[in-house]
Every structure is written in C-alpha cells, then in structure tokens.
Design a protein around this ligand. Structure first.
Ligand code: ATR
Length: 271
C-alpha cells in the first residue's frame, strides 16, 4: 500500500509520551481493517492552533486532543457538536470540507463503559463528584442516557452551584447525603495525589456502583473506599477506550469493538 493510501491521525497534548491512544487506535484499525496511521505529537504550549494548521496542510485527517488543549480545540473548531458545546471542550477534531469539526466523546465513552459494566443508568440517581472540565463533559451524555436525578458535589461549593445552575441539576453538599445514590462517579483529580474526593457520608451503599474516571494498575483510593462500603467499583480505563471508539466511529464511519482492546490494555497494565 502506498503511503498516500493511509489516512493519518494523531493525539495532540503536552505532555504526551504516556498516551495510550496510539495503541488503542492502532488496535481498532487492525480490528476493522481500516487503512490508517496514528501518532502521538507533543505540541508546544503556545502553538496549538498553528500546529493543527500545519498538520492538516500535511494531510492529517483528524486528531484526539488531550491536556491542556481541549478548550483551545473548542475555540479552534469551526463547527462543534452539541455535546462538545455543552462540554465547552473538544477531544476529537476532524478535517471536513467545511473546516474543522469539533466533538467531545468523553461522556459517550463513560456511558458506554457504564453500560458494558451493567451499572444502572435509566431511572438511576447519579452523584457526580467534581465541578471541573471532566464533570462538565459528561453531564449531557448522562442525561441523554436517561438518569432520573443528577447531583453535583464539589469541594468548592461555588463551582458546584455554578455548574448545577447552568445545567439545571441538583447540588449535593459534601458533608452527608440523605439517601444513597445508585451511581457515584469520581470526576475530580484528587486521586492523582492519592487523595479521596469529597464523598458525603451515606452517599455510597452496598447497592451503589462507584466509578472512578482515573485508572491505574491498582484500584484507586476512591474505589478502595467504596469497595469497603460494599459497592461495586470500576476505574476509568474503559472510559478511555470508549471515548476512543467513539472518535474512531466519527472519523471512519465504522464502530470498533472496545472490549478486546480494553482487555489487552488491562493485561499490559498488570504485567
Ligand atoms: P478537570 O478538567 O480534570 O475536571 P479541573 O477543572 O482543574 O480539572 O477540576 C478539578 C476538579 O477536581 C475540581 O472539581 C476540584 O475541586 P475544586 O473545585 O474544589 O478545586 C477537584 N479536586 C482536585 N483536587 C482535589 C482534592 N485534593 N480534593 C477534592 N477535590 C479536588
């Protein structure tokens, strides 16, 4: 196959060395027999828009965008999907005849993973911990999945109130909850420092499903805490693969099977 027959994609971030996206998308391409290449590209902090322009002129068809460029990608995109507009952030860019299309597949990746895990969604009471970009990006997709109640809990109360009023959701104060939630999602970055997110007493019970958007070789502090309360737990590796599958589907019009790729990643992480 000549080089020109292969469509080029990349993940853009800074830092980017540890991104799993090339392994995930290369596996999806093999699984679906799509002729594409996928690279990781570290973009200088002050040169996102210029670099994207250069890469498109060089023939790249699309990008995943990660920290710290998701808001800049939202500004740069000429058109955005409703879920990207709701998130105020873009993790997927696609070159089209009408210019750059921006999408945000993080929330869809989360919902797909919760479905795969058999977590309750339709009619469920859901608590979202955190009020930053990670929370903002999943509110609309959780709503679309039919959750009955969505409450936001955050260390800094003002930020929870602002996000909740923007989306018309409830606020849960961090001290204690009257009733346990069906699903509790940790969208804070507290775990990066090994800390627990603000978790109201009584919010997690044995019937709850506790999902951490962070992932690692070992269960996170949040997962360990919730497992000790009897809850089922999962980390965010499946969300990572799920958002990638959704980006791939947007670019290629073919939906890859996330499950075997998730298994490969999990095995590699444990090795
Ligand atoms: P992201 O885009 O990953 O959501 P962010 O916008 O910086 O990043 O938001 C980080 C979230 O994690 C916030 O909800 C933050 O709480 P505050 O609004 O109170 O800062 C939360 N967070 C980070 N570290 C935390 C910690 N040690 N304990 C509790 N919450 C924490």
């Amino acid at each position: 196959m000549s080089a020109s027959a292969v469509d080029r994609y990349a993940v853009l971030g800074n830092p980017i060395a540890h991104s799993k996206s090339p392994a995930i998308h290369t596996a999806f391409a093999a699984q679906t027999a799509q002729p594409l290449s996928y690279e990781r590209i570290e973009v200088p902090l002050d040169a996102f828009a210029a670099r994207v322009g250069e890469l498109i002129r060089a023939g790249f068809r699309g990008f995943n965008v990660t920290v710290p460029f998701k808001e800049q990608a939202f500004t740069l995109a000429q058109h955005c999907t409703p879920r990207a507009r709701a998130a105020g952030a873009v993790n997927t860019l696609m070159a089209t005849a009408d210019g750059l299309l921006g999408d945000n597949t993080d929330g869809a990746g989360l919902v797909a993973d919760l479905r795969r895990l058999g977590a309750p969604l339709a009619g469920a009471r859901v608590l979202l911990l955190g009020a930053g970009g990670a929370s903002r990006g999943v509110i609309l997709p959780l709503r679309d999945a039919g959750v009955a109640e969505l409450a936001i809990c955050n260390r800094t109360a003002d930020k929870a109130l602002t996000l909740a009023s923007e989306f018309g959701t409830a606020v849960q104060e961090p001290a204690s909850a009257d009733t346990p939630y069906d699903v509790v999602i940790n969208a804070t970055s507290a775990g990066l420092a090994g800390a627990l997110p603000p978790l109201p007493a009584g919010a997690v019970a044995a019937h709850s499903f506790a999902y951490d958007m962070l992932y690692g070789a070992q269960p996170t502090a949040f997962m360990q805490h919730c497992a000790a309360l009897g809850a089922r737990t999962a980390d965010g590796l499946g969300m990572l693969v799920g958002q990638a599958a959704e980006s791939f589907a947007l670019w290629r019009g073919v939906r890859p099977d996330a499950a075997p790729v998730l298994e490969q990643l999990r095995a590699a992480m444990k090795a």
